[in-house]
Design a protein around this ligand. Structure first.
Ligand code: ADP
Ligand code: ZN
Ligand code: MG
Length: 498
């Protein structure tokens, strides 16, 4: 047993600098697989129900390129400000494994579709830019299953099962330069890339179900030294939190190893979430082990300027542009703009409500989305949802002073949980704010008559007594009184009787 290294940054980072490069695989959102017509909707399906001779790798079959998969990679190239190839080629990456029936994977080696991009994102230490070396297309492998559906291992007869439904699914691999220096930067890079994938629609990029797989190459070097140390590849991180933890663990592990007189060896390690540590999986394959060579069954692919221009024109507003626009157009703080833009559901709600309600104050609306909406989504009420039209209506009621802030929160919570429309909830709860001077005056008079002690306190110079009286009026009107108007009415009357 080795003891778990201390948390990131406590020891190792005082003496060593980490060097990190990230490889991310994203499953692209296409109707059919990468090189055949098989349906990509395989979730929950019977194993091996979505395969054909092509994705099963049977002899005599020929691959056909999926155009939309190519377009998603090109779109990604534009979104990361990269160079999109005018000519690209396919290569065979040869290796034997039971989940790869052909004995090779069709990938891209020397001429990737995209090269030399970059991604800038916020970290706790300010903005940070990572250079993206390349983005290329390849096909996924099948899936080995070592357990039956009840979670029991199927190895009674020392056997494993293979589901080839995932075989031939379109994958984009995105590789960074070794620019990253901390575990946090690595997590933030992966989060920003995930947001970008979802924004442009290239991938749903859910880590939990393998649509997005993050691998980190981690090495350390003494502070001040230029040469990189030997790197270790870490896989199997199933969440963004795991990415950060795994890298932090690895930095500490390598530092302790070197400090103890040992050396880091090239290896692939896995992240084990229960023990929050990495473990040795296998020695790292060398590039020449794959015996790459040009795929003879596919011709090189040429991208015409017209095609590229059309793909570029279809790109939606990108997160970085949107963050800046929210600050300049709506006066949001950089922080609020990020909170809003970093969550796609929040962005959609905000944009939808702006479009739905004319004259909805954007800044107030943004506060509702980043405040109440996000609180409800994270809280136990989650499972609910907010309708942009209804949120716009509610925020307008608040802005017009027609409903109190406290009551508005109750209305929103009910809408979120039940989907009921805002007007009906306000009506049913009797939340329409009383801003009618006559009705308010009566309530104020009644409270003054019922609370002579507080009135006396006020006259004796205890200004705070007004607060108590306001509270009484709010109570008497079940929160419906316009608090500002109550204040004014109370002060007027108290001044008169003095
Ligand atoms: P592989 O053959 O393992 O795919 P690559 O040369 O493609 O190797 O690099 C994979 C990743 O490892 C890239 O993101 C790269 O930036 C990163 N990398 C390369 N050298 C180092 C190093 N010494 N320390 C950390 N990361 C590195
Ligand atoms: Zn198929
Ligand atoms: Mg690689």
């Amino acid at each position: 047993m080795t003891s778990a290294p201390a948390a990131a940054g406590t020891g190792a980072l005082a003496r060593y600098e980490a060097v990190i490069g990230i490889e991310i695989h994203c499953q692209l959102k296409t109707a059919s697989k990468m090189f055949c017509a098989c349906d990509t909707q395989i979730e929950g399906a019977e194993p091996n129900s979505h395969c054909c001779p092509v994705c099963l790798g049977l002899p005599g079959t020929l691959p056909t390129i999926n155009k939309s998969a190519v377009e998603w990679v090109i779109a990604t190239g534009f979104a990361i400000d990269g160079e999109v190839a005018t000519t690209t080629r396919w290569d065979r990456k040869n290796y034997f494994y039971p989940d790869i029936p052909k004995g090779y994977q069709i990938s891209q080696y020397q001429l990737p579709l995209v090269a030399n991009g970059k991604l800038t994102f916020d970290t706790s230490e300010g903005p940070f830019t990572v250079r993206v070396r390349r983005a290329h297309l390849e096909e996924d492998t099948g899936r080995l299953i070592h357990e039956d559906r009840d979670g029991r291992r199927v190895s009674l007869a020392r056997r494993s099962l293979i589901d080839f439904d995932r075989s031939g699914m379109p994958l984009m691999e995105i590789v960074t330069e070794p620019d990253i220096r901390t575990a946090e930067q690595a997590r933030r890079y992966a989060e920003e890339l995930r947001l970008l994938m979802r924004t442009i629609g290239a991938s749903d990029a859910e880590m939990e179900n393998g649509q997005m797989r993050v691998e980190a190459n981690v090495s350390i070097r003494p502070i001040g030294r230029e040469a990189f140390g030997t790197r270790v590849e870490v896989k199997n991180m199933n969440s963004m939190r795991a990415v950060e933890r795994a890298i932090a663990f690895e930095i500490e592990r390598q530092a302790e190893l070197i400090d103890g007189g040992g050396a880091v060896h090239m290896e692939t390690r896995g992240w084990d979430d229960p023990s929050q540590s990495t473990y040795h999986m296998r020695p790292k394959e060398e590039e020449n082990d794959y015996r790459y060579f040009p795929e003879p069954d596919l011709p090189p692919l040429t991208t015409t300027p017209e095609w590229l221009a059309a793909i570029k024109a279809r790109l939606p507003e990108l997160p970085a542009v949107r963050r800046t626009r929210y600050q300049t157009e709506f006066g949001l703080s950089g922080y609020d703009a990020s909170v809003l833009v970093n969550d796609l559901a929040s962005t959609a709600l905000f944009e939808g409500a702006l479009a739905a309600g004319e004259g909805v104050p954007a800044k107030l609306l943004a506060n509702w989305v980043t405040g109440e909406y996000m609180r409800l989504v994270k809280g136990e009420e989650s499972g609910g949802s907010a309708d942009p039209v209804q949120l716009a209506a509610l925020v307008k009621l608040v802005a017009d002073g027609a409903i109190s802030g406290t009551n508005a929160k109750e209305v929103f919570a009910e809408h979120f949980a039940t989907g009921r429309v805002v007007a009906a909830i306000v009506e049913a709860r009797g939340f329409r704010q009383i801003s009618d001077a006559g009705a308010l005056g009566t309530a104020v008079d009644e409270v003054l008559a019922a609370n002579p002690a507080a009135v006396a306190d006020y006259r004796a110079g205890k200004g705070a007594a007004v607060g108590f009286l306001v509270g009484q009026v709010m109570k008497a009107t079940r929160g419906q009184a316009n608090a500002a108007m109550v204040q004014t009415a109370l002060r007027e009357r108290l001044a008169k009787t003095e």
